[in-house]
Every structure is written in C-alpha cells, then in structure tokens.
Design a protein around this ligand. Structure first.
Ligand code: UDP
Ligand code: MG
Length: 319
C-alpha cells in the first residue's frame, strides 16, 4: 500500500565535488522519475564537497520540495554517504545511484519493473566499463582475490546502482558495524536479487573521487570487513612449513645420524640448524593462526550483526 505521507520512491545520491554536472544530472533524473510517479523524494548526500556542490544542491532543493539534502561536515566516503541517505529514506523502494551521471537514469523504470515483479533487491551490473586498462586489471584482481578469500561471493561488475525494498532497508539499518561497504552488506542480507545489466556512461564532469590509494583502501576494507579468512592463511602456511621441516629433519636423523650417511649427503651442522629454525618458524606461524581464530571471533562479534534476517513470517491459524 502506498501511504499518503510516505513516498513510493526514494532516490539516494552520494555527491562529492560534482558541481558542474549536478544540475544536468538532477534534471535528467527528475524527467525520468516524474514520468513514473509523483510520489518520490530525492535525497542528496553531500560528502563534504570542497567545490560549489553544496550551493548547487541548495538551489536545486529550493526549487523542488521533494529534494532533501544531507550535508556532511567533511569527506567521510561514499559508503557513509549512502548509509546516511538510506537511513533518511522513507520510500517504499529506495534507489541508490551515483551523482556523476555514470549510472544511466533511463534504467530506473526497469528497476521499478523488477521491484513490482517481486524483487526486493535489484542490482545494476556494469557490462563493460570504459575505464582504463589499469582499472580493469585492478577490478579483476579484486574480485578474484575477494571471492577466494571470502565465503561471501561478489558478482563482478556489481555496482551501487541498486534498488532495495523498504523491508531490506530495515534489515540493512539493523547492521551495527561502522566499517560499511554498502554492496557487501546488502548482499550479506541474502535477499534474492534481480540483475539489470547496463553500460557505464562517461562522467558528466570532473575526475572520479576515488584515487588509486582510496581504491586500494576500499578493496582492503571490503575484504577485511567481510571475511576473517586472510587471518587464517598464515596458520595454514605454518602447517606446511612445520610439516616440511619435520620431514626434512626426520630424513636427516635417519640418513645421517642413524645410518652414518650412506648416501653421502654430507649435511652440515648449519643446514641442520636451518631445519630446526624452519620448524620453529612453522610453529610460530601456526600460533599466529590460532590467535587468528580468536581474533576472527572478536571480529565477528564486534560487528554486532543480527543473528538472522527474516524474510517473512508465516503463521496459519489452526482450528
Ligand atoms: N563520492 C562520494 N564520496 C567520495 C567519493 C565519491 O560521495 O569520497 C560520490 C561521487 O560524487 C559519485 C559516486 O560517489 O556520485 C561515485 O564516485 P566516483 O565517480 O568517484 O567513483 P567511480 O565511478 O569511479 O566508482
Ligand atoms: Mg563515477
């Protein structure tokens, strides 16, 4: 049911230094939305822009009372901007979309169609990006690394151009962690998504706000916040090293010390010391792995994630 006060559709748009393209983006967005419904709200989250984006947003909001703006005191990152917008959104469906024009607004009706057909999460999948070769390699590397390290899988090309239903918003907001990777969290909630493929547009203006350093940070944050698995790797390495040292040590004991070097290997004392050292390095790595198990428990606990997410409750009156 569409209530009177609450809009049907909320749009959440993170904005960071987009002064030149913002107005054109807004106009194209409103054109598409107004064809769909009059019941909408547009929430711009200014993530501490240092250009004139705030002034542009105030001008936009002054003309259209369906526009709300959240302005951060400084740059907190797109993920925080998205969370702020999703928290404020009151619509039955919430669409997150970039404010730089790269996510095609013309596809919004397709998102709504998928939602009307029952999907509670609709994910935009980037078909082929026009970004440079370096970015492509980076993104391939990230996805393969992530999917190997994490039990939760990310679909290559999945973007923050998404629709979530109100029920998913509630579940999303119940997640307590402060290191939030919006995409990963929505995926974690587990609602079956429906996918819409799209071709990434060129930026309307300016440079992407994500520098190489910020991207690397984001990639590391995504992996660390979603999976404790990298912590265990050292432990496994330790097991391999210890086993190797044990096999080597036993061979030396049998060949040299017990049988008096029949194969003439002439293993020196230094080599034997090396094997002993290898053994202890292995033990240390295993100890790290054990510590990792405890840390991963703390890591999981400290996020205060809900124990479960309810899809729906089913009750049938008997008698
Ligand atoms: N953005 C933001 N905070 C930042 C960086 C970017 O809110 O620190 C916004 C930006 O204005 C845009 C969206 O997030 O609307 C995507 O950013 P960008 O285009 O830099 O990333 P890319 O397209 O390379 O993923
Ligand atoms: Mg962009």
């Amino acid at each position: 049911m569409i209530s009177q006060q609450k809009p049907m559709l909320s749009l959440v748009i993170p904005v960071y230094n987009e002064q030149a393209g913002l107005k054109a983006f807004h106009n194209s967005l409103v054109k598409v939305i107004e064809k769909l419904t009059a019941s909408y709200e547009i929430i711009y989250c200014d993530d501490g822009s240092i250009d004139e984006s705030r002034a542009v947003l105030s001008a936009i909001a002054a003309k259209n009372d369906k526009v709300k703006t959240i302005v951060f005191s400084r740059n907190f990152g797109k993920e925080s901007a998205l969370s702020a917008g999703i928290t404020q959104a009151t619509g039955e469906a919430i669409i997150t979309i970039d404010g730089d024009g790269q996510h095609p607004v013309e596809l919004i009706p397709a998102f709504i169609d998928a939602w009307n057909a029952g999907a509670r999460v609709v994910v935009g999948i980037r078909k082929s990006s026009k970004s440079n070769a370096l970015k492509k390699i980076e993104s391939k590397l990230f996805y393969s690394l992530f999917n190997q390290l994490s039990s939760q899988k990310l679909i290559p090309g999945s973007t923050d151009f998404r629709l979530i239903d109100r029920s998913v918003q509630a579940a999303f907001l119940s997640l307590g962690e402060s290191n939030r990777i919006t995409r990963g969290l929505i995926d974690w909630l587990g609602f079956e998504p429906s996918y819409i493929k799209f071709e990434l547009n060129r930026r309307l203006q300016g440079k992407p706000g994500y520098s190489q350093r910020k991207l690397l940070q984001l990639a590391m944050n995504s992996i660390v916040s979603l999976s404790p698995r990298p912590l265990y790797i050292l432990g496994y390495l330790g097991m391999i090293v210890t086993t190797l040292a044990l096999v080597l040590g036993l061979t030396v004991i049998v060949e040299q010390l017990m049988f008096g070097d029949p194969l003439h290997w002439r293993i020196t004392g230094t080599a034997m010391l090396g094997i002993v050292l290898l053994f202890f390095v292995g033990i240390l790595l295993i100890s790290q792995g054990i510590v990792a198990i405890y840390i991963s428990h703390i890591h999981t606990e400290s996020k205060h994630r809900p124990l479960y997410v309810i899809d729906y409750l089913y009750s049938k009156r008997i008698g």
